[in-house]
Design a protein around this ligand. Sequence first.
Ligand code: HEC
Ligand code: HEC
Ligand code: HEC
Ligand code: HEC
Length: 201
Amino acid sequence: MSKKIPVLLKPLVIAGAFLLMGGAALSAQKAAEPSKETPPPYERAEALATVMNPHEQINDEGEVLWGTCVTCHKNVPDVQKEKSIKDVQLHFEDDPNQICRRCHTVKSHPGSEGISATMSGYVAPDHLVVPPKNIMLSMKLSLKELPMILPLDPKSGKIICSTCHNPHERGLLAGRADWGGDYNMRLRSAGLDICQYCHRK
Ligand code: HEC
Ligand code: HEC
Ligand code: HEC
Ligand code: HEC
């Protein structure tokens, strides 16, 4: 190989690659400069910094920002009447995950936490599938025990991004659909173990 990278520079080169993956325009000059800060593992915030946050749906005065709905919905839903994923009209062609992938370029997860794919060759399980019987049963039990929802794609029956993540701000929707809004990573776990919703021990 002609382009050998000195060992000490390697972490910087890798960090630079992550920044580029995040869509940040970074000059080669900058990447070569030594940085005093530890680079974050994933440049999510940087990539999304230029995008309006559509999950901010209520302002500081407590007013609903109805304009944000149409980022994902074809029209402003009637929160009194539209009570499930089957009632709303969302912006996608075939796959509901398209709505989220427009802004979030996530890898297969969960199941890959703390494992470096390059080191182990481990491939995270594809969660965007039709849940088999045993998992469906766990989901039903969880829905009995907890006041939340686990929406699936009404057409294919598959798990989608919003099965686990609540795209709405807390306080917007009443009842079960509110659970997990604004929780860490917007998870519908709201502090509980979300894996256990589907993988019971
Ligand atoms: C980031 C994308 C996104 C934004 C922005 C968004 N929604 Fe949704 N909404 C969804 C998705 C995906 C579903 C279907 C999954 C689900 O039920 O949560 C949904 C479902 C709903 C439902 C069905 C009820 C239910 O129990 O799930 C209502 C009502 C709704 N949205 C209202 C709104 C309103 C009102 C706004 C604007 C203030 C809004 N949404 C903004 C993505 C979004
Ligand atoms: C128009 C762009 C856009 C769309 C569409 C969108 N998001 Fe987001 N999302 C954002 C932004 C911006 C943030 C805030 C990022 C930050 O502050 O780090 C965010 C934050 C999140 C987070 C929290 C990340 C964290 O680290 O806390 C999750 C989870 C999430 N979105 C899931 C979804 C899901 C699920 C959908 C589809 C239903 C969706 N998003 C659609 C722009 C979008
Ligand atoms: C089976 C549940 C599940 C599904 C389905 C799922 N996620 Fe996640 N997601 C998680 C969990 C748990 C975390 C927190 C830690 C982790 O696994 O990375 C997370 C973290 C995130 C984060 C924040 C961390 C990061 O990498 O920026 C974003 C954004 C996100 N998910 C978006 C999505 C999108 C978009 C989809 C659909 C393509 C999706 N998720 C599908 C469970 C799920
Ligand atoms: C909404 C339900 C749901 C949630 C929540 C969920 N999973 Fe899964 N998980 C599945 C489905 C469905 C499969 C595919 C199983 C199959 O095809 O037999 C799967 C498969 C897996 C696998 C592959 C091995 C296996 O058991 O088949 C791992 C590992 C895994 N999940 C880890 C996790 C972790 C870790 C979490 C929490 C961060 C989590 N899952 C949350 C539904 C879920």
